[in-house]
Write a protein that binds this ligand. Structure first.
Ligand code: ADP
Length: 159
């Protein structure tokens, strides 16, 4: 049986932290679907299509990973993709409250889908898309945190 996992998020934009989680998930599952969410309360800086295109470019080297956009309920999307695992990244205790709520709700909605949490390499525990956007906005060097194509896209936004 193929083990398929969904890694959902806003990916606004994808960072080395996200990539680290995909790399770890790829070692555990036959197929990892990076599910870029269109409907988000976060009011993203990048358009839906841009977030997908950047994730595809960054993750091209991971042969078992596939980037797909979605705009329905996550558990419904997971079911459509025959995935019974949701992956989320945990950076610090501060992530836990929201992630616990989300995983509990998803379990209520679909008891057969399990959420598992992966920790990134220590060097990425402080990294978030929003902090990278803030640094880029103030013309700081973001080359250590994101793929060159993401850095270029961010620089383009603030030039
Ligand atoms: P969302 O809006 O769903 O939180 P994000 O793109 O911000 O979307 O994050 C998607 C997932 O990736 C979340 O589980 C988040 O905790 C995780 N994540 C984000 N940045 C990192 C990082 N630097 N290291 C590990 N996990 C991360």
């Amino acid at each position: 049986m193929n083990k398929i996992a969904i890694y959902p998020g806003t990916f606004d934009p994808i960072t080395h932290g996200h990539r680290d989680i995909v790399m770890r998930a790829s070692q555990l599952f036959d197929r990892v679907i990076i599910a870029v969410s269109e409907n988000t309360h976060k009011n993203p800086a990048f358009e839906f299509d841009e977030r997908i295109a950047l994730a595809k470019e960054v993750l091209a080297e991971y042969k078992h990973a596939e980037v797909i956009g979605f705009n329905n309920l996550l558990v419904d999307f997971a079911r459509e993709q025959n995935a019974n695992t949701i992956i989320r990244g945990l950076r610090a205790v501060s992530d836990l409250e929201y992630e616990f709520q989300l995983a509990s709700m998803n379990r209520k909605l679909s008891p057969n889908i399990e959420t598992i949490f992966l920790m990134p390499d220590e060097q990425y525990t402080y990294l978030s898309s929003s902090i990278v956007r803030q640094v880029a906005e103030l013309k700081g060097d973001i080359s250590n945190f994101v793929h060159p194509s993401v850095a270029k896209a961010l620089t383009g936004k603030h030039s």
